[in-house]
Design a protein. Structure first.
Lengths: 409, 153
């Protein structure tokens, strides 16, 4: 019974933890402009994150080394240092977007200026990082993030023409008014949102925090393979809500209140309140994960002691790195940049950074010196190679597409 | 001299003909029975009282016991990997026959085609290039040196 409960908890937190501000914003923007015609990208992204998160978890469980320790070992100090600078910068951008997301959601709930909420959100994230145990932090944020299921409920209440939604999705048929370059720009953005690199840092370091060994591999696989696809369904529901309500009305998403508009229309104040709590939990959880990832990457590269399983005094530089990252994030937001614009940037640059993380993981997962009998099997490797190509193509295409489309406008 | 100075050094034959560059240095490690905890190691852990700290140290101990197979003594230079051109790191693919994930090992091996191992005994001289016009570190091989396959036996 205890085992079943633990497995269910793992799956539920994986579902609730899947969606973050990047998924929320990008799916709503895409739904309002392209209908369901980019759902295939969510599918590709979810399969990709399942593949790599389970691979990263397995590498860590078997070899005892987290992602950036491996990158440092395999690429050497110079190449890994360049990788660290790029990964840290993009992770910081994601952290900034998540803190902005918390502030925007609290603004919706309270009508207090988002800029007043930003320092509060940053402080709250730090307090949790400092005081709360890893597993409690993960489970509470993940379970409350499940409230985002309100988007799926709203979709059913809206009673859309399901046949029409399906026709938009298969075969993908973007509206004729949109330029193909914009379509592909958002395809890359959506892919970056689903496969954000921090999830791999976080997943592999989390495996050390939770003391996984080779015995925990099957639990890991179930959590990822069941939890992430269900989380992906939440993403699709967000896009579908926007496709049903915002696309016909010609509303282009530029704020969080527009993202939740379909929920308010379908389910009224109660459902809206639940979804806002879900958004706060999802962005808060992701802010914790990205802040931790900034500490993990720097500490693992430089060989500092790290981890929430140590008291802060015994991993002082790790905690200091997270504090600096949080201060930088809050500082960026206080210049009154639009958090939604930061989010759109962060998912595109995530796509650019993907190969930096995924290639080393894929290489090490094939190395018998690290993995012994747990090296990748044939099917995983075939998929791994396919994704290697997709990830590299998306990374190379992202910046030119961004310039060509004026960031999708 | 640091061993890192040898990386990218030019390799010359016994007669001074350029052969290529040092791609990597092959080391052998002595294994030990006891992991080397160093200062701040085991003794440091024992005087903790707090229960949370004890849990920390259990976790630390679990990690270090997993790393036990890596407990090693001093390193000995076995030889140099000599490649025909500067092509970056070999990423360890010279040691094994690993072929996946396609196409990463294939590309790396192609860039480093023609790389061989030279025993350290076959190195006649190492020059730091301080002499005028020498242009950086270079390594001269002894007459009768052998080009060995780079894979581990």
């Amino acid at each position: 019974m205890k085992k079943v409960f633990a497995a269910a908890l793992g799956i539920l937190t994986a579902i609730g933890g899947f969606v973050d501000i990047g998924d929320l914003v990008t799916n709503a923007v895409v739904g309002s402009r392209f209908g369901m015609s980019l759902v295939w990208v969510v599918v590709v992204g979810v399969v990709g994150i399942c593949l790599f998160a389970s691979m990263a978890g397995r590498v860590t469980a078997v070899s005892g080394r987290a992602t950036f320790e491996i990158i440092r070992e395999r690429l050497g100090p110079r190449a890994a240092g360049a990788n660290l600078v790029a990964s840290f910068a993009i992770n910081l951008l994601t952290l900034t977007a998540e803190i902005g997301g918390i502030a925007l959601a609290l603004h919706l709930a309270s009508s207090v200026e988002p800029r007043l909420w930003i320092p509060v959100a940053g402080l709250a994230v730090w307090l949790v990082l400092w005081r709360v145990k890893f597993q409690i932090m993960e489970n509470v944020a993940g379970l409350m993030g499940l409230l985002l299921v309100g988007f799926a409920v709203a979709l059913f209440l809206l009673g859309p023409d399901w046949g029409e939604l399906l026709r938009q999705a298969v075969p993908p048929s973007p509206p004729g008014t949109e330029h193909p370059a914009s379509y592909w720009y958002y395809a890359v953005a959506l892919f970056g949102a689903a496969m954000t690199p921090y999830e791999v840092f976080f997943f592999s370091s989390g495996a050390v925090e939770e003391r996984w060994t080779a015995k925990d591999l099957s639990t890991n696989r179930v959590n990822v393979l069941v939890g992430f696809p269900l989380g992906g369904l939440l993403s699709v529901a967000i896009a579908a809500c926007a496709a049903v309500v915002l696309l016909p009305a010609g509303i282009e998403v530029s704020s969080l209140s527009q993202i939740v508009l379909p929920v308010a229309q379908a389910g009224g104040v109660l459902l809206l309140a639940l979804v806002i709590v879900g958004i706060v939990a999802a962005t808060f959880g992701a802010a914790l994960e990205t802040a931790l990832s900034s500490g993990y990457t720097v500490a693992q590269y430089l060989g500092w002691s790290w981890g929430k399983f140590r008291r802060p005094a015994r991993a002082a530089r790790f905690h200091l790195t997270m504090i600096v990252a949080l201060l930088l994030g809050v500082g960026i937001l206080m210049t009154s940049v639009d958090p939604i614009a930061v989010t759109e940037m962060s998912v595109v640059f995530s796509a650019v950074a993907l190969p930096l993380t995924y290639v080393p993981i894929l290489v090490v997962a094939n190395d018998p010196e690290y993995m012994g009998e747990h090296v990748n099997g044939r099917v995983v490797n075939a998929l791994g190679t396919v994704y290697l190509v997709i990830v590299v193509v998306a990374a190379v295409a992202a910046i030119p597409l961004m310039i060509a489309t004026g960031a999708g406008s | 001299m640091n061993v890192g100075d040898l990386l990218d050094a030019r390799v010359l034959g016994p007669d001074g003909v350029p052969l290529g560059v040092v791609v990597d240095v092959r080391l052998a490690l002595e294994t030990r029975d006891e992991p080397d905890d160093g200062p701040g190691g085991r003794e440091d852990r024992e005087d903790r009282e707090d229960s949370e700290d004890r849990k920390d140290s259990e976790h630390d101990a679990a990690l270090s016991s997993r790393a036990r197979r890596d407990a090693v003594g001093g390193a000995v230079v076995l030889g140099l990997l000599v490649g025909p051109r500067r092509a970056g790191s070999y990423h360890g693919y010279e040691r094994t026959q690993v072929r996946s994930p396609w196409p990463v090992p294939q590309i790396v091996r192609r860039l480093h085609r023609g790389t061989y191992l030279v025993r350290w005994q076959d190195v006649a001289a190492v020059d730091d290039g301080a002499a005028a016009g020498a242009g950086g570190w270079s390594v001269r091989l002894a007459p009768g040196y052998a080009e060995l396959p780079p894979e581990l036996g």
